[in-house]
Design a protein around this ligand. Sequence first.
Ligand code: MN
Length: 434
Amino acid sequence: MGIGAGGTPSARRRCWVESANDPEGDFPLENLPFGLYEEERLRRHTCLAIGDRVLDLLACRDAGLLNATQIVGLGPRGLGHMELWRAREIRHRAAELLSDPTYRAAVEPHLIPQSEVRMLPPFGVGGIGDYTDFYASIHHATNVGRLFRPDNPLLPNYKWVPIGYHGRASSIVISGTEVRRPSGQTKAADAEAPTFGPSRMLDYELEVGFFIGGGNALGETIPLEQAEKHIFGLCLVNDWSARDIQAWEYQPLGPFLGKSFATTISPWVVTLDALEPFRVPAMVRPEGDPQPLPYLSAERDRERGGFDVNLEVWLATAKMREGGQAPVRVSRGNMKDLYWTLAQMLTHHASNGCNLRPGDLLATGTVSGATPESVGSLLERTKRGAEPLALPNGEQRKFLEDGDEVILRGWCEREGYTRIGFGECRGVVGVAKV
Ligand code: MN
């Protein structure tokens, strides 16, 4: 067995889809993340990624390869109505279909090259009901705070409250969608009045998103011990940010138009089952830090609430692409460096009785580590433009320019286990509308 609860290393099961056995690949049998793709006739199909293919679950159902109890939630609205235990059953069944050669003839017609399908947000277009973005990396919070308040980088609530803001679900786009440079009000420090025009400080934010798979009724809360049962799975998130718009508008109510113009997500939802072997303890709080309040505190969450996910940002400028140059890595961090766990963020979100709903997207906030190479935004990487990034072809970047492509990647590795990955989260910066 190579799938499911992975407490111990397992012998690797071979997949008859040869690309799924690539030790450097993102989508082996042990991953099987969910997604949604659209056919020409605008028919939407829930699918799984396997190697360089997608497995069409709707077609498998029609062919009798998935049984009746497994089909709920496979409709055109994407994953919104799939309960987690069904997702687990489907992954188990799919692993069986994809490893046992006797199923090959029946299943092969329902495999399509990933390069030939148009992916949609996994919960359908418009299916992501709400989007909340946290601020769970203490390194990010400290780095950003230091740029604005050198003597007092971290605000006093940080170690007590998982800080977040309500983002905009309508502008969440799937990987590969062009992101138009936003216009807005900005004000230079020495200017008397703001002006309106294209942002000149466009940035990316490297984040991990998690989809709600089961919600809570309005007025009800979600205990920390139960929190992960409400998480369908994880994806990569680029929370594009216009720093100049943000700096002028953010006080006193927080991010608004500097963020809401676009958020890009990767198409595949990697389940917590698949991530089980890559669990780690939550970040150990340094001596002197307060312990979380009781509603945010549980032994299991401390011991297993973190995830060892390598996260990278790659950049390809228009000039690099024209010159046939490969993207260059500008950052490498890890999700285990977060100050707050996914469970703590979720429990805190519902702690006032706010109802979370299937398909809601919560994100960690920029994932930054302790070193300059592990920060998840250009704001931090270039110290707000003071130390431009030198690219191999001689170009420099303080912030993103038109034609720049940002590529986020994430993957998990551990001795004795099969590597799994998240796929990519891509977006090219398009020119502002004039
Ligand atoms: Mn963010």
